[in-house]
Design a protein. Sequence first.
Length: 136
Amino acid sequence: MSATRLPRSRGALLVGVVLGLLLTTIGFGTYLDHRVLAGRGVSTTATVLEASGGRKDREYVVSFVTADGREVRATTTEAELGASVGSRIEVVYDPQDPALVRQDIGGYWLAPVAWGGGGLLAVVVVVLQYVRGRRD
């Protein structure tokens, strides 16, 4: 096998397909969350209480008051890049499940497309590579 070719065993095919389907499932789950927020989400201002993680995998704990007056503390990975503790950000939350909260930045399509599209692309590439290798 040359250094530029991917492994063409059934095991590699299985691993590639499973990982691709996992990414697709994450994308679909993210899509469902975003769809809920786009349909019935309520916008409010939240205060960032904690910020942890690295630059790309940052996690934020935010606090906000719901429309019916409940104070909620929730965790989100989707917040303004570089938001610091004490800063105020606009969020949208699900009134039926206020722990489902995202920064209110409008279009909710990017994360589902990135996860789901990446997963589907991975499955297609792995399967095509496997089929092409079987013909060689």
